[in-house]
Design a protein around this ligand. Structure first.
Ligand code: MOS
Length: 703
């Protein structure tokens, strides 16, 4: 069933072989404890109070009546909270979002802004007091409207330039035989992971310890040390099990407010966010308005490509959803322009959310390619193959393997694409119209410097220590297999310990870089340990430990256009009487480097594709213009795909080892969602003959 992936010859063959999660039994029996349920002696509980106004100034926080309530220990707010140091650029290359630097002034920049923390002996007492706390405000008018013609939009250089441009767009468009000029929109979307954010902070022998749920313990430890002006060695962050992250679990208000309260009260304090609080405090995907202009010659070769994406950010933090970035890698054209722009509005700060940029950007770009294929009278796959670039269209760099065409060939064969009638709206089955669609996917394949320690124990087992994060991906299991191969032993002799900043600096579980970054460091330490063990033969009681640091090796990596790719296929049925769209089957074929664990990799890729179905058909956070807040900000009101919405979803891959990576890994964390919504939308057009350019494709929009 699985296409074999090859890599370096290894002693045990663990890498590439399906392996169940090493912590799976702990998770299903409840033995695995999550951040909000680990017991501490003398624990106090904090409850955040969020602003009810969308913009203004705090006039008063009436703490006295609340402090008299049962169990209440303190109320922290801008008038009494410890001052934080926020004037720095953190390890992610950005200053901290002021949303997490809580209680520093009386400004309210958006609805759901944290204005106070009530701390009590029990969570119930804290919640009751928090709900009773009276805060008065001076209201100011607010503005939350994102529109394509906003004069205050401006391009933002995030981790990539805001604008790239070459050639004469207008001239090439005018000379093109076929032109597509269309606008697409995607709504505000939320991560909504199963486990809400939770942190417990305590001082222990002069060290700050935070037990948290996050995507990188050394990242969060570094931010807390900087904010509280502590020596880096005085902060320890642990995060053993994480029930989902998706970009949202970095430094947030819950950790910072818990540390403040633990410092003031001199006892452990836990802050757990409610699901409603997560909708304003933990970031989200900005809505986007994207204009795509494509011009092609009679043969479908692109002469002009223009992709402009407009997203929004808060007035306090500049974050751009870089949706036009995907065009910089996917297709070349004689004239090529991309722009990522933002408008600053009175809304909560957005953040990274799975496939940031690529997920909404690929919806617009890949749907526009489908429209161009129709204009050109070309098969959508053939159009893409004719436009495969030789080198990075904007970077000019060589590709470190670009096996997109292989994904399309394998996908087309397995999906049965060859028999497809290109005409839209001609397949009917009772009240259902049927259609199929395809789209390309790509996501950068990077690596972050990491350190690891591997110990040969006296009993013949091995312990790996690395500040990795398993946010549900199966990272722990992947690293077990990688270490086993590098050591030349069976996986059962390897234990992997992760999620502790005391293990030393390591990259985050983010940007699809986790497994690659950590595997590199683990491999380096394990291979050296194996070499060292051969001559001696015996291991002392304290074991033999080898440490690695990949900073230099990653710094020396050749500059290439390094991406994972994929081809997405979807078949849909559209009910002509209700407008309901049902996905009948999906297939994704990926070229995403060497696959470490086919079992968890398949789950991660299909999980991304399911999210793409959800993005295409269901997800939409609707903001109320009057209050500035959301309608139904919880799992009851935020519609996500459920089992009944997810039919046969299959993911597989072609052989694609990265030649420059010690294990051959690229990354699979995000490429699964990319292109998935476009494949569904293109299938809806094929079924109905109508282009749906605004997500989600709700029944009322279809009718
Ligand atoms: Mo991912 S959005 O980089 O956690």
């Amino acid at each position: 069933m699985t296409t074999a992936t090859t890599g370096r010859a290894t002693a045990t063959g663990a890498v590439g072989t399906a392996h169940t999660r090493v912590e799976g039994r702990d998770k299903v029996t409840g033995a695995a404890r999550y951040a909000g349920e680990i017991p501490f002696a003398g624990l106090a509980h904090g409850w955040l109070v969020l602003s009810g106004v969308a913009r203004g100034r705090i006039l008063s926080v009436e703490t006295a009546p609340v402090l008299d309530m049962p169990g209440v220990l303190t109320v922290l707010h801008h008038g009494n909270a410890p001052r934080l140091h926020t004037d720095y650029i953190g390890s992610m290359g950005v200053p901290p979002d002021p949303t997490c630097a809580v209680f520093q002034n009386d400004r309210v920049p958006h609805a759901g802004w944290p204005v106070a923390l009530v701390v009590a002996e029990t969570p119930e007492q804290a919640r009751e007091a928090a709900e009773a706390l009276v805060v008065t405000y001076e209201r100011e008018p607010h503005d939350i409207e994102l529109a394509a013609d906003r004069p205050d939009a401006y391009p933002v250089d995030g981790h990539m330039p805001g604008v790239t441009q070459k050639g004469d767009l207008e001239a090439e468009l005018a000379a093109s035989a076929h032109v597509v000029d269309v606008e697409y929109t995607t709504p505000e979307e939320h991560h909504a992971m199963m486990e809400p954010h939770a942190a417990t902070a305590r001082w222990d022998g002069g060290r700050l310890e935070v037990v948290d749920s996050n995507q990188g313990t050394t990242w969060v430890a570094d931010e807390l040390a900087r904010m509280f002006s502590l020596d880096a060695s005085a902060v320890r962050v642990r995060s053993e099990h994480v029930g989902g992250g998706f970009g949202s679990k970095g430094i947030r208000a819950h950790q910072v407010s818990a540390v403040m309260a633990a410092t003031v009260l001199r006892r452990p304090v836990r802050v757990v966010l409610t699901r409603r609080q997560m909708f304003s405090l933990t970031g989200y995907r900005s809505p986007t308005t994207q204009r795509v202009r494509l011009g092609a010659g009679p043969d479908g070769r692109l002469r002009a490509l223009d992709h402009r994406s407009l997203s929004r950010t808060s007035t306090i933090w500049e974050f751009v959803e870089p949706s036009a970035g995907v065009a910089r890698v996917m297709y070349d054209a004689d004239a090529h322009r991309t722009a990522n722009e933002v408008v600053r509005l009175d809304v909560p700060s957005p953040t990274w959310m799975r496939g940031p940029g690529e997920a909404p950007g690929s919806f617009a770009l890949e749907a526009a390619l489908d429209e161009l294929a129709e204009r050109c009278g070309l098969d959508p796959i053939e159009l893409r193959l004719r436009n495969e670039p030789e080198v990075g269209p904007v970077s000019g760099l060589p590709f470190a393997g670009r096996n997109l065409a292989a994904c399309f060939r394998e996908g087309a064969r397995r999906f049965g694409w060859a028999d497809r009638d290109p005409r839209p709206g001609v397949r009917r089955e009772g009240r259902w119209l049927l259609g199929t669609g395809t789209a390309a996917a790509s996501f950068p394949a990077g690596a972050l410097p990491s350190t690891a320690a591997v110990t040969a124990e006296a009993d013949g087992t091995f312990t790996v220590r690395i500040a990795a994060a398993d946010i549900g991906t199966g990272a722990r299991t992947a690293l077990t297999l990688v270490a086993a191969d590098a050591l030349g032993v069976a996986p059962g002799r390897v234990r992997v310990r992760i999620g502790d900043s005391d293990f030393g600096p390591a990259g985050i579980a983010g940007g699809s870089m986790g497994t690659r970054s950590w595997s590199w460091a683990v491999t380096a330490a394990a291979e050296e340990l194996r070499d060292r063990l051969v001559p001696s033969g015996t291991v002392p009681p304290e074991g033999i430990t080898v440490r690695s640091d990949t900073t230099a090796a990653i710094g020396a990596l050749a500059q290439k256009e390094r991406h994972s790719y994929g081809a997405q296929f979807a078949e849909v049925a559209v009910d002509v009487t209700t407008g309901e769209v049902r996905v009948r089957r999906m297939l994704g074929i990926f070229a995403a480097g060497r696959i470490v664990n086919p079992l968890t990799a398949r789950g991660q890729l299909t999980g991304g594709m399911v999210w793409g179905i959800s993005m295409a058909l269901h997800e939409e956070a609707v903001r109320d213009r009057a209050s500035g807040g959301l309608y139904g900000p919880d799992l009851a009101g935020y519609h996500v795909a459920t089992h009944a919405d997810v039919p046969l979803v299959e993911a597989d891959w072609v052989d694609d080892p990265d030649p420059d990576d010690p294990v051959g890994i690229k990354g699979i964390g995000e490429v699964g969602i990319v292109g998935a919504a476009a494949a569904v939308a293109n299938a809806v057009w094929h079924a109905t003959g109508v282009r749906h350019r605004h997500l989600p494709i709700r029944p009322d929009r279809v009718l």
